[in-house]
Design a protein around this ligand. Structure first.
Ligand code: ADP
Ligand code: MG
Length: 704
């Protein structure tokens, strides 16, 4: 096959998308499906049968032998169970390929091994997957051959959500309904739907796979549990946007092609801040599609990396002391006619609809900062949020000079009468064109930043699903819109009520706005004065899901029931303890089986050298003696720390599941892990490199 191809030709090649459906489905069936997609009506079985048949024929043409309901249980990764299309052999031993409407719209994987947080007893295994027909089916090619993947939601026998997609779809419905109410107030009579648009920028690391395979810590936990800093870190800032090396470029080329075939609009790629760190961003799409596609991006990155002899690390903090990875969740609201509710226009001060939307979002974020913080927590992200790295754990909002000025006018005088304008940017070079400067600069330290016509939520972890942050965003904004519409719809004097409400919201929630440097201690103090929550870790954040305020919020919009929230809380505590336990066990294993023996070998060689020199007589063996003393002392420290870690981990294992156990792992087990790591990292610097049994940070980060 030729190296060169037209992207437009391959884009969506493996997707059963609208064009394919239009082409292949009888007109009536196609129209019915469209109605289902647009109005959310139910698909009748007869129509489903016809769609399933065509989908199967199309998939078989693509080489597919199996189909799977592709879903997102609460394990954090996607799940699938493959069934082949074959029917039972007939009397002549022949099989047919079949796929029914029922098989398309509903699946029944055994749910008992997926986390349910007590929503279902283990013996009640039933769980259902249901086709999300707003997300296209696609064929995936891999070592298993070709498989038709059907994006589905996953629920229990009694209808409770056991996945990420179900609440996401519910929250999209909620924000759509309330946005429409708001639009109607401003004279929009035509829009039928308002959907959140989401673009997720994905950061990741690439390391050499052969080296990765020598790091059991990376294999078991996705991050290095040991490792001293290399001579060079990221202090030179020479990697960020640096030119992409050929091996990485070849990888990116393949990633893009595969994603385009899958209909993922991969757009931007560049090197990130840390050595060996990169980023990929697709063009934004409707929220649920963006979430599905982000899972595909992560899958394809891993798969293609392996094909190139590389390993993709999606963990939030693969290397201590080096910047970690996140996912920027760009979010806005778009009508079915493509109008963006977050577009301020040129003169935001007199765009009242925009000011209402903006101040509603200020209110939503201020009232539910704890929920947003929770939505971005996972075990890996604890190494980033609030730990001297972007972004801080305190939720604040960056509006930029122009909007901040408008808000200030609203708060101080009740009305905004002017908008700051962008100026011409003077480069001082005649041959360069004059550029219009944006009215606002960027702020990289803000966790929630307005960037022109969207908000960028920068806290999300790199390996986490973007579903939960969007569930929260959609729902809290739906609530703020609802409150506003309740007031405005019944106002006698709409203009006055609108004016008063905008001013009130701007004034009451101005405290959430912060345009300064979010990394400083001064901000931590200032935020405390403002009464903004500063939630340091995942374990402290989880409780935000089941406060009275949150239960009321989510139940009001049918996004989660109280029981579903409770179950999620239990799963999160459980997962936290489990993940730290795996890390602790990996540390114990690696240090006792690999690192301590290597150090002993080194020490033995030192001791032999000291003896040999002494026997020879007359020579100075002080260097060997000093090293011997130093490394023996560190070895003793290591052994003591190892014994302690073993003890506290054993004790953690027998604790009952729940919050207390998670806290124990956070406070006691993690501390013991740090204690064990310290002497080992020092030893790594002392011990002969040829005797150290694992590739170093330098090997991993600079020799890709
Ligand atoms: P920035 O430079 O502000 O980071 P980019 O243009 O690089 O913005 O876009 C970053 C991500 O934001 C991309 O995925 C892009 O498609 C997405 N994006 C752009 N506009 C919107 C929007 N209105 N709503 C949601 N996402 C958007
Ligand atoms: Mg960005």
């Amino acid at each position: 096959m030729s190296e060169y191809y037209n992207v437009a030709d391959v884009f969506g090649e493996n997707v059963f998308n609208d064009t394919v459906m239009k082409e292949r489905l009888p007109k009536k069936v196609y129209q019915k499906l469209h109605k289902t997609i647009e109005d959310g009506t139910e698909l009748d079985l007869e129509t489903a049968d016809m769609i399933a048949h065509e989908m199967k024929e199309w998939a078989i043409e693509q080489g597919a032998t199996h189909y799977t309901h592709w879903f997102q249980p609460l394990t954090g990764v996607t799940a699938e169970k493959h069934d082949s299309f074959i029917t039972a052999p007939d009397a002549e031993g022949k099989v047919l390929m079949s796929f029914s409407g029922k098989e398309l719209i509903k699946g029944e994987p055994d749910a008992s091994s997926f986390p349910s947080g007590g929503l279902r007893a283990t013996c009640e295994a039933r769980g259902y997957t249901a086709w999300d027909c707003t997300s296209y089916a696609f064929v995936r090619h891999d070592a298993a051959g070709a498989t038709l993947c059907i994006p589905t939601a996953f629920c229990s026998y009694t209808g409770e959500a056991l996945d990420q997609k179900t609440p996401l779809l519910r929250s999209m419905q909620a924000v759509s309904e309330q946005s429409l109410r708001l639009l109607r107030l401003f004279g929009n009579t035509t829009s039928k739907k308002v959907m959140p648009s989401v673009g997720a920028e994905q950061e990741y690391f690439l390391v050499d796979r052969a080296k990765y395979l020598k790091r059991k810590d990376l294999i078991y936990t996705g991050r290095t549990l040991f490792g001293s800093m290399p001579a060079k870190g990221q202090e030179m800032d020479d990697h960020y946007f640096g030119s992409i090396r050929p091996r990485i470029a070849a990888f990116m080329k393949d990633v893009n092609k595969e994603l385009w075939k899958l209909g993922v609009p991969a757009k931007t790629q560049h090197n990130e801040v840390a050595p060996a760190q990169h980023e990929i961003a697709p063009i934004y799409e409707t929220c649920n599609l963006a979430a599905d596609h982000n899972h595909l991006v992560m899958e394809v990155l891993k798969k293609k990396a392996n094909e190139h002899g590389l390993q993709c690390l999606l963990h939030e903090k693969p290397f201590a002391g080096v910047n970690g990875s996140g996912k920027h969740n760009n979010w806005s609201l778009t009508t079915d006619a493509g109008i963006n509710l977050l577009d301020p226009g040129d003169t935001p001060h007199d765009n009242l609809q925009f000011l209402l939307v903006l101040t509603c979002i200020m209110k939503a974020v201020d009232n539910h900062a704890d929920l947003l913080r929770e939505s971005a927590s996972d075990v890996g992200n604890d190494h980033r949020l609030g730990a001297n790295e972007a972004p801080p754990a305190i939720i604040s909002m960056f509006l930029g000079n122009q909007l901040e000025d408008v808000i200030e006018q609203l708060v101080s005088t009740g009305t905004a009468t002017r908008s700051l304008e962008g100026e011409v940017l003077k480069t001082g070079v005649d041959v360069l064109p004059d550029l219009m400067k944006d009215a606002t600069d960027r702020n990289r330290t803000s966790p929630f930043a307005f960037t022109g016509n969207k908000f960028e939520f920068r806290m999300v972890g790199s390996q986490d699903s973007i579903s939960q942050p969007n569930v929260v965003l959609n729902t809290i904004v739906a609530e703020a819109f609802k409150d506003a519409c309740d007031i405005l719809e019944s106002a006698d004097d709409f203009d006055k009520a609108l004016h008063d409400l905008i001013k009130k919201q701007a004034t009451e929630h101005q405290r959430i706005i912060f345009n300064g440097d979010g990394y400083t201690d001064a901000w931590v103090e200032e935020a405390a004065r403002r009464g903004l929550p500063n939630i340091p870790s995942m374990v402290e954040a989880i409780g935000a899901l089941t406060t009275d305020k949150s239960i009321e919020l989510f139940e009001k919009f049918n996004v989660f029931t109280g029981a579903e929230l409770q179950s999620r809380v239990e799963i999160l505590y459980e997962n936290y303890a489990k993940e730290i336990n795996i890390e602790a066990r990996a540390m114990i294993n690696i240090s006792s089986k690999t690192l301590i023996p290597a150090v002993i070998k080194y020490i033995t060689s030192l001791a032999n050298s000291v003896n040999a020199v002494k026997t020879a007589g007359g020579c100075d063996c002080s260097v060997q003696s000093d090293l011997l003393k130093e490394s023996s002392a560190l070895l003793a420290q290591t052994k003591a720390a190892l014994a302690k870690l073993e003890k506290v981990t054993d004790a953690g294992l027998v604790m009952a599941e729940g919050k207390e156990r998670a806290e124990y792992y956070k406070d006691v087990v993690k501390a013991a892990m740090t204690e064990l790591r310290a002497p080992i990292d020092k030893l790594e610097i002392i011990v002969d490199k040829t005797m150290w049994p694992m590739p170093s940070y330098g090997d991993l980060l600079y020799e890709v």
